[in-house]
Design a protein around this ligand. Sequence first.
Ligand code: GDP
Ligand code: ZN
Length: 458
Amino acid sequence: MAEDTIAAIATPLGEGGIAVIRVSGPDAVGVVEKAFRSKTKLSQVESHTVQYGHVVNPADGERIEEALVTVMRGPRSYTAEDVVEVSCHGGIVSVKKVLDVLLDGGARLAEPGEFTKRAFLNGRIDLTQAEAVIDLIRSKSDRAFSIALKQVDGALSRKVKSLRHTLVETMAHIEVNIDYPEHDVEELTNAFIREKCEFALGAIDEMLRTAEQGKLLREGIETAIVGKPNVGKSSLLNTLAQDNRAIVTDIPGTTRDVIEEYVTVGGIPLKLLDTAGIRETSDVVERIGVERSRSAIASADLILFVVNGNEPLSDEEESLLEELKDRQTILIVNKMDLATHIQMDALYRRLPAERIVRLSAKEGEGLERLEKAIGALFFSGKIESGDITYVSNVRHIHLLKKARASLQEAIEGVAALMPIDMVQIDVRNAWEHLGEMIGDAVSDSLIDQIFSQFCLGK
Ligand code: GDP
Ligand code: ZN
Protein backbone atom coordinates (compact mmCIF):
# COMPACT_ATOMS: atom_id res chain seq x y z
CA MET A 1 0.00 0.00 0.00
CA ALA A 2 1.13 3.52 -0.75
CA GLU A 3 2.36 5.64 2.14
CA ASP A 4 1.20 9.04 1.05
CA THR A 5 -2.16 10.53 0.30
CA ILE A 6 -2.90 11.96 -3.10
CA ALA A 7 -5.50 14.39 -4.38
CA ALA A 8 -6.66 15.69 -7.75
CA ILE A 9 -9.60 17.21 -9.52
CA ALA A 10 -11.51 14.33 -11.04
CA THR A 11 -13.92 16.25 -13.25
CA PRO A 12 -13.12 18.32 -16.35
CA LEU A 13 -12.02 21.84 -15.64
CA GLY A 14 -14.39 24.53 -16.72
CA GLU A 15 -17.90 25.70 -16.04
CA GLY A 16 -19.37 22.41 -14.93
CA GLY A 17 -22.33 22.22 -12.57
CA ILE A 18 -20.35 20.34 -9.98
CA ALA A 19 -16.75 19.36 -9.64
CA VAL A 20 -15.29 16.44 -7.74
CA ILE A 21 -11.97 16.35 -5.98
CA ARG A 22 -10.76 12.89 -5.19
CA VAL A 23 -8.44 12.08 -2.32
CA SER A 24 -6.90 8.66 -1.75
CA GLY A 25 -4.45 7.19 0.71
CA PRO A 26 -3.97 6.27 4.37
CA ASP A 27 -4.69 9.80 5.54
CA ALA A 28 -7.47 10.67 3.08
CA VAL A 29 -10.09 11.06 5.79
CA GLY A 30 -7.74 13.03 8.02
CA VAL A 31 -6.70 15.44 5.29
CA VAL A 32 -10.26 16.29 4.33
CA GLU A 33 -11.49 16.38 7.93
CA LYS A 34 -9.06 19.19 8.75
CA ALA A 35 -10.73 21.44 6.22
CA PHE A 36 -14.34 20.29 6.38
CA ARG A 37 -17.04 21.29 8.85
CA SER A 38 -20.12 19.08 9.05
CA LYS A 39 -22.56 17.77 11.69
CA THR A 40 -20.60 14.58 12.19
CA LYS A 41 -16.83 14.48 12.11
CA LEU A 42 -15.66 12.66 9.00
CA SER A 43 -13.55 10.21 10.99
CA GLN A 44 -16.72 9.07 12.73
CA VAL A 45 -19.06 8.66 9.76
CA GLU A 46 -19.94 5.31 8.31
CA SER A 47 -18.19 4.27 5.13
CA HIS A 48 -19.98 4.95 1.86
CA THR A 49 -22.11 7.77 3.18
CA VAL A 50 -22.38 11.38 2.09
CA GLN A 51 -22.00 14.38 4.42
CA TYR A 52 -23.16 17.91 3.76
CA GLY A 53 -20.98 20.71 5.06
CA HIS A 54 -18.47 23.44 4.30
CA VAL A 55 -14.90 23.45 3.20
CA VAL A 56 -13.06 25.96 5.35
CA ASN A 57 -9.63 27.39 5.68
CA PRO A 58 -8.34 25.54 8.78
CA ALA A 59 -6.22 28.52 9.79
CA ASP A 60 -9.10 30.96 10.38
CA GLY A 61 -12.23 28.88 9.84
CA GLU A 62 -13.26 31.02 6.86
CA ARG A 63 -15.79 29.26 4.61
CA ILE A 64 -14.50 28.51 1.14
CA GLU A 65 -17.18 26.33 -0.37
CA GLU A 66 -20.32 24.40 0.27
CA ALA A 67 -19.66 20.71 -0.36
CA LEU A 68 -20.89 17.14 -0.24
CA VAL A 69 -18.25 14.73 0.97
CA THR A 70 -18.31 10.99 0.39
CA VAL A 71 -16.15 8.71 2.50
CA MET A 72 -15.26 5.31 1.10
CA ARG A 73 -13.08 3.24 3.35
CA GLY A 74 -10.67 0.81 1.76
CA PRO A 75 -10.64 -1.81 0.46
CA ARG A 76 -14.14 -1.12 -0.84
CA SER A 77 -13.06 1.83 -2.95
CA TYR A 78 -11.67 2.63 -6.38
CA THR A 79 -8.06 2.41 -5.24
CA ALA A 80 -8.66 -0.11 -2.44
CA GLU A 81 -7.35 2.63 -0.10
CA ASP A 82 -9.41 5.09 1.90
CA VAL A 83 -10.98 7.42 -0.66
CA VAL A 84 -12.77 10.68 0.02
CA GLU A 85 -14.55 12.58 -2.71
CA VAL A 86 -15.42 16.23 -2.27
CA SER A 87 -18.17 17.49 -4.56
CA CYS A 88 -18.38 21.23 -4.80
CA HIS A 89 -19.61 23.83 -7.25
CA GLY A 90 -17.98 23.71 -10.63
CA GLY A 91 -15.84 26.58 -11.82
CA ILE A 92 -12.11 26.77 -11.84
CA VAL A 93 -11.70 29.20 -8.96
CA SER A 94 -13.68 27.36 -6.31
CA VAL A 95 -12.31 23.96 -7.28
CA LYS A 96 -8.75 25.18 -7.12
CA LYS A 97 -9.32 26.79 -3.75
CA VAL A 98 -10.63 23.53 -2.32
CA LEU A 99 -7.79 21.53 -3.83
CA ASP A 100 -5.30 24.00 -2.38
CA VAL A 101 -6.49 23.60 1.20
CA LEU A 102 -6.32 19.83 0.82
CA LEU A 103 -2.78 20.06 -0.51
CA ASP A 104 -1.90 22.38 2.37
CA GLY A 105 -3.41 19.81 4.69
CA GLY A 106 -0.93 17.15 3.67
CA ALA A 107 -2.12 15.62 0.42
CA ARG A 108 0.14 15.48 -2.61
CA LEU A 109 -1.08 16.35 -6.09
CA ALA A 110 -1.67 13.06 -7.92
CA GLU A 111 0.12 12.27 -11.14
CA PRO A 112 -1.98 11.42 -14.19
CA GLY A 113 -3.37 7.92 -13.77
CA GLU A 114 -2.11 7.56 -10.24
CA PHE A 115 -5.49 6.60 -8.77
CA THR A 116 -5.90 3.82 -11.27
CA LYS A 117 -2.27 2.81 -10.84
CA ARG A 118 -2.90 2.40 -7.13
CA ALA A 119 -5.97 0.31 -7.86
CA PHE A 120 -3.75 -1.90 -9.97
CA LEU A 121 -0.86 -2.06 -7.50
CA ASN A 122 -3.29 -2.88 -4.72
CA GLY A 123 -4.63 -5.76 -6.76
CA ARG A 124 -8.10 -4.34 -7.22
CA ILE A 125 -7.95 -4.39 -11.00
CA ASP A 126 -5.60 -6.00 -13.49
CA LEU A 127 -3.82 -4.35 -16.39
CA THR A 128 -6.43 -5.05 -19.05
CA GLN A 129 -8.96 -3.40 -16.78
CA ALA A 130 -6.70 -0.42 -16.12
CA GLU A 131 -6.13 0.04 -19.81
CA ALA A 132 -9.85 -0.21 -20.38
CA VAL A 133 -10.24 2.78 -18.08
CA ILE A 134 -8.02 4.73 -20.45
CA ASP A 135 -10.19 3.58 -23.31
CA LEU A 136 -13.29 4.62 -21.42
CA ILE A 137 -11.94 8.09 -20.98
CA ARG A 138 -11.13 8.33 -24.64
CA SER A 139 -13.98 6.40 -26.19
CA LYS A 140 -15.74 8.21 -28.95
CA SER A 141 -18.99 6.35 -29.18
CA ASP A 142 -21.48 4.53 -27.04
CA ARG A 143 -20.40 1.27 -28.55
CA ALA A 144 -16.73 1.80 -27.83
CA PHE A 145 -17.78 2.85 -24.38
CA SER A 146 -19.60 -0.40 -23.70
CA ILE A 147 -16.68 -2.45 -24.97
CA ALA A 148 -14.37 -0.65 -22.60
CA LEU A 149 -16.85 -1.01 -19.79
CA LYS A 150 -16.91 -4.72 -20.34
CA GLN A 151 -13.15 -4.86 -20.07
CA VAL A 152 -13.29 -2.93 -16.83
CA ASP A 153 -15.66 -5.66 -15.78
CA GLY A 154 -12.90 -8.10 -16.55
CA ALA A 155 -14.39 -10.08 -19.45
CA LEU A 156 -11.10 -10.02 -21.34
CA SER A 157 -9.03 -10.96 -18.31
CA ARG A 158 -11.31 -13.86 -17.54
CA LYS A 159 -10.80 -15.17 -21.04
CA VAL A 160 -7.04 -14.76 -20.85
CA LYS A 161 -6.92 -16.39 -17.44
CA SER A 162 -8.82 -19.42 -18.60
CA LEU A 163 -6.44 -19.81 -21.54
CA ARG A 164 -3.50 -19.59 -19.20
CA HIS A 165 -5.11 -22.25 -17.08
CA THR A 166 -5.27 -24.54 -20.09
CA LEU A 167 -1.59 -23.93 -20.75
CA VAL A 168 -0.60 -24.61 -17.15
CA GLU A 169 -2.41 -27.93 -17.37
CA THR A 170 -0.48 -28.68 -20.51
CA MET A 171 2.81 -27.83 -18.88
CA ALA A 172 1.98 -30.02 -15.90
CA HIS A 173 1.30 -32.87 -18.28
CA ILE A 174 4.64 -32.35 -20.00
CA GLU A 175 6.37 -32.24 -16.63
CA VAL A 176 5.00 -35.69 -15.80
CA ASN A 177 6.24 -36.95 -19.11
CA ILE A 178 9.73 -35.63 -18.52
CA ASP A 179 9.77 -37.54 -15.23
CA TYR A 180 8.39 -40.78 -16.71
CA PRO A 181 9.59 -40.90 -20.28
CA GLU A 182 8.07 -44.27 -21.27
CA HIS A 183 7.20 -44.50 -24.89
CA ASP A 184 3.43 -44.90 -24.71
CA VAL A 185 3.16 -42.01 -22.28
CA GLU A 186 4.99 -39.84 -24.76
CA GLU A 187 2.54 -40.57 -27.53
CA LEU A 188 -0.39 -39.74 -25.32
CA THR A 189 1.32 -36.61 -24.19
CA ASN A 190 1.97 -35.46 -27.74
CA ALA A 191 -1.68 -35.88 -28.64
CA PHE A 192 -2.67 -34.03 -25.48
CA ILE A 193 -0.30 -31.14 -26.11
CA ARG A 194 -1.40 -30.76 -29.68
CA GLU A 195 -5.05 -30.72 -28.71
CA LYS A 196 -4.58 -28.16 -25.96
CA CYS A 197 -2.32 -25.92 -28.03
CA GLU A 198 -4.69 -26.01 -30.97
CA PHE A 199 -7.56 -25.14 -28.70
CA ALA A 200 -5.66 -22.16 -27.29
CA LEU A 201 -4.55 -21.09 -30.75
CA GLY A 202 -8.15 -21.16 -31.96
CA ALA A 203 -9.26 -19.05 -29.03
CA ILE A 204 -6.52 -16.51 -29.70
CA ASP A 205 -7.45 -16.35 -33.39
CA GLU A 206 -11.00 -15.66 -32.35
CA MET A 207 -9.85 -12.79 -30.16
CA LEU A 208 -7.64 -11.38 -32.89
CA ARG A 209 -10.55 -11.47 -35.32
CA THR A 210 -12.46 -9.17 -33.03
CA ALA A 211 -9.44 -6.93 -32.71
CA GLU A 212 -9.92 -5.24 -36.05
CA GLN A 213 -13.56 -4.57 -35.21
CA GLY A 214 -12.56 -3.35 -31.80
CA LYS A 215 -10.08 -0.93 -33.30
CA LEU A 216 -12.70 0.46 -35.67
CA LEU A 217 -15.18 0.89 -32.86
CA ARG A 218 -12.66 2.58 -30.64
CA GLU A 219 -10.95 4.81 -33.12
CA GLY A 220 -13.71 5.25 -35.64
CA ILE A 221 -13.96 4.20 -39.27
CA GLU A 222 -12.03 6.70 -41.34
CA THR A 223 -14.66 7.96 -43.71
CA ALA A 224 -14.54 10.18 -46.78
CA ILE A 225 -17.72 11.79 -48.06
CA VAL A 226 -17.23 12.56 -51.73
CA GLY A 227 -19.34 13.73 -54.64
CA LYS A 228 -19.76 16.63 -56.98
CA PRO A 229 -21.09 20.00 -55.78
CA ASN A 230 -24.72 20.31 -54.70
CA VAL A 231 -25.47 16.61 -54.38
CA GLY A 232 -25.95 17.06 -50.62
CA LYS A 233 -22.65 16.18 -48.92
CA SER A 234 -22.84 19.02 -46.43
CA SER A 235 -26.48 18.29 -45.74
CA LEU A 236 -25.64 14.66 -45.03
CA LEU A 237 -22.81 15.66 -42.75
CA ASN A 238 -25.03 18.06 -40.85
CA THR A 239 -27.82 15.56 -40.50
CA LEU A 240 -25.43 12.96 -39.16
CA ALA A 241 -23.78 15.43 -36.81
CA GLN A 242 -27.10 16.70 -35.49
CA ASP A 243 -28.52 13.43 -34.31
CA ASN A 244 -25.37 11.63 -33.48
CA ARG A 245 -22.78 13.91 -32.09
CA ALA A 246 -20.14 11.51 -30.90
CA ILE A 247 -19.31 12.68 -27.48
CA VAL A 248 -19.14 11.16 -24.08
CA THR A 249 -20.32 13.52 -21.39
CA ASP A 250 -20.92 11.67 -18.18
CA ILE A 251 -17.52 10.28 -17.40
CA PRO A 252 -15.24 12.15 -15.09
CA GLY A 253 -12.03 13.06 -16.81
CA THR A 254 -13.39 13.33 -20.32
CA THR A 255 -12.96 16.56 -22.07
CA ARG A 256 -16.21 17.99 -23.25
CA ASP A 257 -14.84 19.46 -26.40
CA VAL A 258 -17.19 18.76 -29.21
CA ILE A 259 -15.32 16.56 -31.61
CA GLU A 260 -17.00 17.53 -34.80
CA GLU A 261 -15.01 15.20 -36.97
CA TYR A 262 -16.73 12.26 -35.39
CA VAL A 263 -20.30 11.19 -35.89
CA THR A 264 -21.86 7.88 -34.99
CA VAL A 265 -24.16 5.97 -37.25
CA GLY A 266 -26.07 3.28 -35.39
CA GLY A 267 -23.46 3.36 -32.64
CA ILE A 268 -20.59 2.98 -35.09
CA PRO A 269 -18.20 5.91 -34.88
CA LEU A 270 -17.17 7.47 -38.18
CA LYS A 271 -14.10 9.61 -38.26
CA LEU A 272 -14.83 12.03 -41.04
CA LEU A 273 -11.92 13.02 -43.22
CA ASP A 274 -11.61 16.43 -44.78
CA THR A 275 -14.82 17.86 -43.37
CA ALA A 276 -13.39 21.29 -44.11
CA GLY A 277 -13.67 20.48 -47.79
CA ILE A 278 -17.26 19.40 -47.34
CA ARG A 279 -18.32 22.35 -45.24
CA GLU A 280 -17.07 24.87 -47.75
CA THR A 281 -19.85 26.91 -49.23
CA SER A 282 -20.76 26.57 -52.87
CA ASP A 283 -19.01 29.73 -54.00
CA VAL A 284 -15.75 27.86 -53.64
CA VAL A 285 -15.47 25.61 -56.64
CA GLU A 286 -15.70 22.10 -55.22
CA ARG A 287 -14.61 19.53 -57.71
CA ILE A 288 -14.34 15.80 -57.72
CA GLY A 289 -10.71 14.98 -58.10
CA VAL A 290 -9.24 17.94 -56.28
CA GLU A 291 -6.09 17.03 -54.42
CA ARG A 292 -7.66 17.17 -51.02
CA SER A 293 -10.53 14.84 -51.52
CA ARG A 294 -8.13 12.56 -53.41
CA SER A 295 -6.00 12.10 -50.36
CA ALA A 296 -9.09 11.57 -48.20
CA ILE A 297 -10.22 8.89 -50.64
CA ALA A 298 -6.81 7.24 -50.58
CA SER A 299 -6.64 6.89 -46.81
CA ALA A 300 -10.30 6.16 -46.09
CA ASP A 301 -11.60 2.86 -44.70
CA LEU A 302 -15.04 3.81 -45.93
CA ILE A 303 -16.10 6.01 -48.82
CA LEU A 304 -19.55 7.52 -48.91
CA PHE A 305 -20.05 8.51 -52.54
CA VAL A 306 -23.00 10.87 -52.72
CA VAL A 307 -24.94 11.44 -55.93
CA ASN A 308 -28.18 13.30 -56.61
CA GLY A 309 -31.02 10.90 -57.47
CA ASN A 310 -32.91 13.77 -59.00
CA GLU A 311 -30.58 13.88 -62.01
CA PRO A 312 -28.66 11.44 -64.23
CA LEU A 313 -25.07 10.51 -63.41
CA SER A 314 -22.49 12.80 -65.03
CA ASP A 315 -19.52 11.34 -66.92
CA GLU A 316 -17.26 12.38 -64.12
CA GLU A 317 -19.42 10.52 -61.60
CA GLU A 318 -19.50 7.47 -63.88
CA SER A 319 -15.75 7.24 -63.89
CA LEU A 320 -15.42 7.88 -60.16
CA LEU A 321 -17.92 5.10 -59.52
CA GLU A 322 -15.84 2.79 -61.67
CA GLU A 323 -12.77 3.73 -59.67
CA LEU A 324 -14.41 3.30 -56.28
CA LYS A 325 -16.49 0.22 -56.81
CA ASP A 326 -13.78 -2.16 -55.61
CA ARG A 327 -13.14 -0.14 -52.49
CA GLN A 328 -15.27 -0.11 -49.34
CA THR A 329 -17.70 2.26 -50.98
CA ILE A 330 -21.33 2.95 -50.26
CA LEU A 331 -23.16 4.80 -53.01
CA ILE A 332 -25.61 7.23 -51.51
CA VAL A 333 -28.39 8.22 -53.85
CA ASN A 334 -29.60 11.38 -52.18
CA LYS A 335 -32.68 13.55 -52.56
CA MET A 336 -35.09 10.63 -52.64
CA ASP A 337 -37.80 13.07 -51.60
CA LEU A 338 -37.62 14.43 -55.17
CA ALA A 339 -38.42 12.61 -58.40
CA THR A 340 -35.96 9.93 -59.48
CA HIS A 341 -34.05 10.80 -62.63
CA ILE A 342 -31.04 8.59 -62.06
CA GLN A 343 -30.91 5.16 -63.70
CA MET A 344 -31.30 2.96 -60.65
CA ASP A 345 -31.20 -0.36 -62.51
CA ALA A 346 -27.91 0.65 -64.13
CA LEU A 347 -26.51 1.31 -60.66
CA TYR A 348 -27.68 -2.07 -59.37
CA ARG A 349 -25.82 -3.73 -62.22
CA ARG A 350 -22.60 -2.12 -61.09
CA LEU A 351 -22.76 -2.41 -57.33
CA PRO A 352 -24.27 -4.99 -54.98
CA ALA A 353 -27.63 -3.82 -53.69
CA GLU A 354 -26.47 -3.68 -50.08
CA ARG A 355 -23.96 -1.01 -51.05
CA ILE A 356 -26.50 1.33 -52.57
CA VAL A 357 -28.48 3.44 -50.13
CA ARG A 358 -31.30 5.77 -51.09
CA LEU A 359 -31.98 8.52 -48.62
CA SER A 360 -32.86 12.12 -48.14
CA ALA A 361 -30.25 14.09 -46.26
CA LYS A 362 -32.58 17.04 -46.07
CA GLU A 363 -35.49 15.14 -44.56
CA GLY A 364 -33.24 12.85 -42.54
CA GLU A 365 -34.93 9.90 -44.15
CA GLY A 366 -33.27 6.54 -44.83
CA LEU A 367 -30.43 6.94 -42.36
CA GLU A 368 -31.20 3.55 -40.83
CA ARG A 369 -30.44 1.99 -44.22
CA LEU A 370 -27.07 3.67 -44.13
CA GLU A 371 -26.45 2.19 -40.67
CA LYS A 372 -27.31 -1.24 -41.98
CA ALA A 373 -25.03 -0.90 -44.98
CA ILE A 374 -22.07 0.18 -42.86
CA GLY A 375 -22.72 -2.61 -40.37
CA ALA A 376 -22.82 -5.15 -43.18
CA LEU A 377 -19.63 -3.84 -44.73
CA PHE A 378 -17.50 -3.81 -41.58
CA PHE A 379 -19.03 -6.21 -39.14
CA SER A 380 -20.66 -8.80 -41.40
CA GLY A 381 -23.86 -7.41 -39.93
CA LYS A 382 -23.01 -9.06 -36.62
CA ILE A 383 -21.98 -6.08 -34.58
CA GLU A 384 -24.87 -6.47 -32.17
CA SER A 385 -23.87 -9.80 -30.63
CA GLY A 386 -23.34 -8.90 -27.02
CA ASP A 387 -20.99 -11.59 -25.76
CA ILE A 388 -18.01 -10.82 -27.94
CA THR A 389 -15.04 -9.59 -25.98
CA TYR A 390 -13.47 -7.07 -28.29
CA VAL A 391 -9.73 -6.80 -28.07
CA SER A 392 -9.06 -3.22 -28.91
CA ASN A 393 -5.78 -2.35 -27.27
CA VAL A 394 -2.61 -2.34 -29.36
CA ARG A 395 -0.51 -3.83 -26.59
CA HIS A 396 -2.98 -6.67 -26.12
CA ILE A 397 -3.05 -7.43 -29.82
CA HIS A 398 0.73 -7.51 -29.94
CA LEU A 399 0.92 -9.96 -27.03
CA LEU A 400 -1.81 -12.16 -28.44
CA LYS A 401 0.16 -12.41 -31.66
CA LYS A 402 3.31 -13.37 -29.77
CA ALA A 403 1.43 -16.00 -27.77
CA ARG A 404 -0.03 -17.30 -31.00
CA ALA A 405 3.42 -17.63 -32.58
CA SER A 406 4.71 -19.58 -29.57
CA LEU A 407 1.77 -21.95 -29.71
CA GLN A 408 2.34 -22.42 -33.40
CA GLU A 409 5.92 -23.44 -32.65
CA ALA A 410 4.80 -25.82 -29.95
CA ILE A 411 2.39 -27.50 -32.36
CA GLU A 412 5.04 -27.78 -35.04
CA GLY A 413 7.52 -29.07 -32.47
CA VAL A 414 5.15 -31.83 -31.47
CA ALA A 415 4.56 -32.76 -35.11
CA ALA A 416 8.32 -32.89 -35.74
CA LEU A 417 8.77 -35.08 -32.63
CA MET A 418 11.04 -32.51 -31.02
CA PRO A 419 12.28 -33.26 -27.51
CA ILE A 420 9.44 -32.56 -25.19
CA ASP A 421 11.32 -30.12 -23.01
CA MET A 422 11.80 -27.92 -26.10
CA VAL A 423 8.06 -27.92 -26.67
CA GLN A 424 7.64 -27.07 -23.03
CA ILE A 425 9.56 -23.84 -23.58
CA ASP A 426 7.18 -22.73 -26.32
CA VAL A 427 4.13 -23.45 -24.22
CA ARG A 428 5.66 -21.55 -21.34
CA ASN A 429 6.40 -18.58 -23.61
CA ALA A 430 2.78 -18.49 -24.74
CA TRP A 431 1.72 -18.62 -21.11
CA GLU A 432 4.02 -15.73 -20.25
CA HIS A 433 2.86 -13.52 -23.12
CA LEU A 434 -0.71 -13.99 -21.99
CA GLY A 435 0.39 -13.21 -18.46
CA GLU A 436 1.81 -9.93 -19.61
CA MET A 437 -1.61 -8.97 -20.91
CA ILE A 438 -3.15 -9.06 -17.48
CA GLY A 439 -0.14 -7.63 -15.72
CA ASP A 440 1.50 -10.77 -14.40
CA ALA A 441 5.22 -10.13 -14.62
CA VAL A 442 5.29 -6.79 -16.35
CA SER A 443 8.10 -4.36 -15.77
CA ASP A 444 7.78 -1.18 -13.72
CA SER A 445 8.63 0.97 -16.70
CA LEU A 446 5.79 -0.52 -18.71
CA ILE A 447 3.42 0.11 -15.84
CA ASP A 448 4.57 3.72 -15.63
CA GLN A 449 4.15 4.11 -19.36
CA ILE A 450 0.65 2.71 -19.35
CA PHE A 451 -0.54 4.82 -16.46
CA SER A 452 1.03 8.01 -17.73
CA GLN A 453 -1.54 7.97 -20.54
CA PHE A 454 -4.28 8.82 -18.10
CA CYS A 455 -5.52 12.27 -17.50
CA LEU A 456 -5.31 13.89 -14.13
CA GLY A 457 -7.70 12.74 -11.46
CA LYS A 458 -8.13 9.19 -12.67
P1 GDP B 1 -22.89 19.71 -51.36
O1 GDP B 1 -22.43 20.79 -52.26
O2 GDP B 1 -22.70 18.37 -51.95
O3 GDP B 1 -22.31 19.81 -50.00
O4 GDP B 1 -24.48 19.90 -51.23
P2 GDP B 1 -25.30 20.65 -50.11
O5 GDP B 1 -25.46 19.79 -48.91
O6 GDP B 1 -24.71 22.00 -49.91
O7 GDP B 1 -26.74 20.73 -50.81
C1 GDP B 1 -26.94 21.38 -52.04
C2 GDP B 1 -28.42 21.72 -52.15
O8 GDP B 1 -29.19 20.52 -52.21
C3 GDP B 1 -28.95 22.50 -50.98
O9 GDP B 1 -29.86 23.45 -51.45
C4 GDP B 1 -29.66 21.48 -50.14
O10 GDP B 1 -30.71 22.00 -49.39
C5 GDP B 1 -30.18 20.52 -51.19
N1 GDP B 1 -30.35 19.15 -50.67
C6 GDP B 1 -29.43 18.41 -50.01
N2 GDP B 1 -29.95 17.21 -49.69
C7 GDP B 1 -31.21 17.20 -50.15
C8 GDP B 1 -32.27 16.21 -50.13
O11 GDP B 1 -32.16 15.11 -49.60
N3 GDP B 1 -33.45 16.57 -50.75
C9 GDP B 1 -33.61 17.79 -51.32
N4 GDP B 1 -34.81 18.04 -51.87
N5 GDP B 1 -32.66 18.71 -51.34
C10 GDP B 1 -31.47 18.44 -50.78
ZN1 ZN C 1 -20.84 21.23 -49.53
